[in-house]
Design a protein around this ligand. Structure first.
Ligand code: C2O
Length: 510
C-alpha cells in the first residue's frame, strides 16, 4: 500500500452551520473536517496539531472502526491508549487501513466531537461493487446551540439532567433553523434559511451514498422520498444487499447504500431526509437535503412526499435477520462470558452518573492504561473501570440495559459478532450462528439486552456508549486483551514523549 499523509490543525472557531452562531472546534477550519481517503491496505499518517487556545484544551483523535492491529496506541482514546495531545503540541498517528468502506474520525477527549471535531473517512475496497457514481460521505449530526463543555458541565452538576436536548439536525453540516425558536433573551446572531446540502443524481444511474451518524446523541432514520435504498455495507462490514425505504443509524454507525435514480425524469427533485427518532430529546428532529436529477434547477424546492415511515417504538436497529455479512464467518466457541449492566445512580453530591459493569468510569489522562500494561502494571484504581481478559480470545459480553433509553454500544479495535438483541433478558438464542452480523456499533434498546462476542486482539480497547453525554458521564470500560502481549509491545517513544508533554502542561493548567 501507499502512504496517505494528512495535516490536521485543530482549533476553536465560530460558525453558523444552521444560521445560529456558535463556538466550535474545527479541523483545518472546517466542519465537518476534511475527508480522509485511502485504498484498502494503505498506511494512513495524520499529523495532528493541537491549536486549541483561549482557553486551551487537550485533544486526541480516534479513527472510528479501525482495527489498529498491532498499533493499539494509535487508537486515539486519551486515558486508555494515549495521553491527550497537549495544547500547542503535535502527535503523529500512523496506522493501516485494513478494512474498507465508510467511517469517520472524531475527538475522543471529553465530548469534543459533539462540538464539531469530526470528519469522514472513505477506504476504497475491491472495485467489484456494482454502482456508477460515488456520492461520497453523508454525515448526519444532531446539533446543539450551546458549547459542548457548557452542556457537560450543566449535565454533571447537582440535579443536572442526563437527557440533553439537541437544537437541530444537520446533513453534511447544513440545515435551516427557524430563528424565532431561539429562547427569549438570547441575543446570539441568527439568520433564517441558512441553506441545506444539495446532491446531484444522474438519471438512471446507481449512486453510492456513504451514510454515517456522526452526531452526539440521537438515533437517525435516513430516507430519500420515492427511492429505494439498497444496503451493501454496515459499519466496515459488507452485507448481502437488501432493500429498504429507511435506514436506522445509532451514533457511530454507518451504512453504505445504493440508490438508482429511477423515480423521475431529468428535471426531478426529491427530499433527502434524516429524522431523529422519539427516543432522544430533539427540538428540531428533521434534517433535510435536496437531491436534483441532471437538469433540475438547484434553486428549486423539491415537492416530493415522504415515505410513510412509522416512528419505531424500540429505538433499536433493524431486525438481526435482515442483514447478513457477505463474507461468512461462523461464530467461534466462547471461552469466557461476562455480563455488564447499564445503570444510572446519583452520587453524594446529587450528581447523576452512568454506571457500566458496576463502575462510573473516571479517566486518568496522565496514566493511559496501555502504557501501564506495557510496563507490566496490571492493578488499576477501580474508577478506571478496567477489565482484564487475560489470555481469553473468544470473549462474549451480555449487556443488560436497566434503563429506559437505548444506547449505541461501541467496541474499539474489533468488528464484534452480534448474537442477539431484544427486550428483557437474553433467552440464550443466537441469530444465525453460521454467519452472525458483525458491526462495531450496535444499539441496545431500553430495558433490553445486547449479546456480542469478539475475537480479541492484543491491546487495550474502549467499550462504551457512543452518546457523547453518556460517555462523559462515566459510561465507558477499558478492556485488556492478552496483557502479556501488550507488555511485550514496542510502543513508539512518541507516545511516552506526548505523555511527558501532557504531564508538564497539566501540572500547571488542570
Ligand atoms: Cu467513535 Cu470510542 O468511538
Amino acid at each position: 500500500g501507499v502512504v496517505r499523509h494528512y495535516e490536521f490543525t485543530v482549533s476553536r472557531g465560530v460558525i453558523a452551520p444552521d444560521g445560529y452562531v456558535r463556538d466550535v472546534l474545527l479541523v483545518n477550519g472546517a466542519f465537518p473536517g476534511p475527508l480522509i481517503e485511502a485504498n484498502w491496505g494503505d498506511t494512513v499518517v495524520v499529523d495532528v496539531h493541537n491549536d486549541i487556545t483561549g482557553p486551551e484544551e487537550g485533544t486526541g483523535i480516534h479513527w472510528h472502526g479501525f482495527l489498529q492491529h498491532e498499533t493499539p496506541w494509535e487508537d486515539g482514546a486519551p486515558g486508555i491508549s494515549q495521553c491527550p495531545i497537549p495544547p500547542r503540541r503535535s502527535y503523529r498517528y500512523e496506522f493501516i487501513a485494513s478494512l474498507y468502506g465508510t467511517s469517520w474520525y472524531h475527538s475522543h477527549y471529553s465530548a469534543q466531537f459533539s462540538g464539531g471535531l469530526l470528519g469522514p473517512i472513505v477506504v476504497h475496497g475491491p472495485t467489484s461493487e456494482n454502482y456508477d457514481v460515488d456520492l461520497g460521505p453523508i454525515l448526519l449530526t444532531d446539533w446543539y446551540h450551546k458549547e459542548y463543555f457548557d452542556i457537560v458541565e450543566e449535565m454533571l452538576s447537582p440535579n443536572g439532567n442526563l437527557a440533553v436536548a439537541s437544537d437541530n439536525n444537520l446533513i453534511n453540516g447544513k440545515m435551516h433553523f427557524n430563528c424565532s425558536a431561539v429562547a427569549p433573551g438570547d441575543t446570539t446572531p441568527c439568520v433564517n434559511n441558512a441553506g441545506i446540502s444539495k446532491f446531484r443524481f444522474q438519471t438512471g444511474k446507481t449512486h453510492r451514498l456513504r451514510l454515517a451518524n456522526a452526531g452526539a446523541n440521537g438515533v437517525q432514520r435516513f430516507s430519500i422520498d420515492e427511492h429505494t435504498l439498497t444496503v451493501i455495507a454496515e459499519d466496515f462490514v459488507p452485507v448481502k444487499p437488501y432493500n429498504t425505504s429507511v435506514v436506522t443509524l445509532g451514533v457511530g454507525q454507518r451504512a453504505d447504500v445504493l440508490v438508482t435514480a429511477n423515480a423521475g425524469g431529468p428535471s426531478s427533485a426529491f427530499w433527502m431526509r434524516s429524522n431523529l427518532t422519539g427516543c432522544s430529546v430533539a427540538r428540531q428532529p428533521h434534517a433535510l437535503a435536496a437531491v436534483y436529477y441532471d437538469q433540475a434547477n438547484t434553486s428549486t424546492t423539491p415537492s416530493s412526499t415522504a415515505w410513510d415511515i412509522p416512528d419505531p417504538s424500540t429505538c433499536a436497529n433493524e431486525d438481526l435477520d435482515i442483514t447478513e455479512p457477505l463474507f461468512p464467518i461462523p461464530l467461534p466457541e466462547a471461552t469466557l462470558t461476562q455480563t455488564m449492566d447499564i445503570e444510572t445512580f446519583t452520587n453524594a453530591s446529587n450528581i447523576t452518573l452512568w454506571k457500566f459493569n458496576g463502575v462510573s468510569m473516571r479517566t486518568d489522562y496522565n496514566h493511559p492504561v496501555i502504557l501501564l500494561a506495557n510496563d507490566g502494571n496490571f492493578s488499576y484504581p477501580a474508577q478506571w473501570n478496567v477489565v482484564n481478559y487475560q489470555s481469553h480470545k473468544a470473549i462474549r459480553i451480555i449487556v443488560n440495559n436497566r434503563g429506559i433509553g437505548s444506547h449505541p454500544m461501541h467496541l474499539h479495535g474489533h468488528n464484534f459478532y452480534v448474537l442477539h438483541e431484544g427486550p428483557g433478558a437474553w433467552d440464550g438464542t443466537i441469530v444465525r450462528p453460521s454467519n452472525p452480523l458483525r458491526r462495531d456499533v450496535y444499539l441496545v434498546r431500553g430495558n433490553g439486552h445486547l449479546v456480542i462476542q469478539f475475537d480479541g486482539q492484543p491491546g487495550v480497547w474502549a467499550f462504551h456508549c457512543h452518546v457523547a453525554w453518556h460517555a462523559s458521564g462515566g459510561f465507558v470500560a477499558s478492556l485488556i486483551v492478552e496483557p502479556e502481549k501488550v507488555e511485550r509491545m514496542h510502543i513508539p517513544r512518541d507516545v511516552e514523549k506526548n505523555c511527558r508533554a501532557w504531564g508538564m502542561w497539566s501540572r500547571y493548567n488542570v
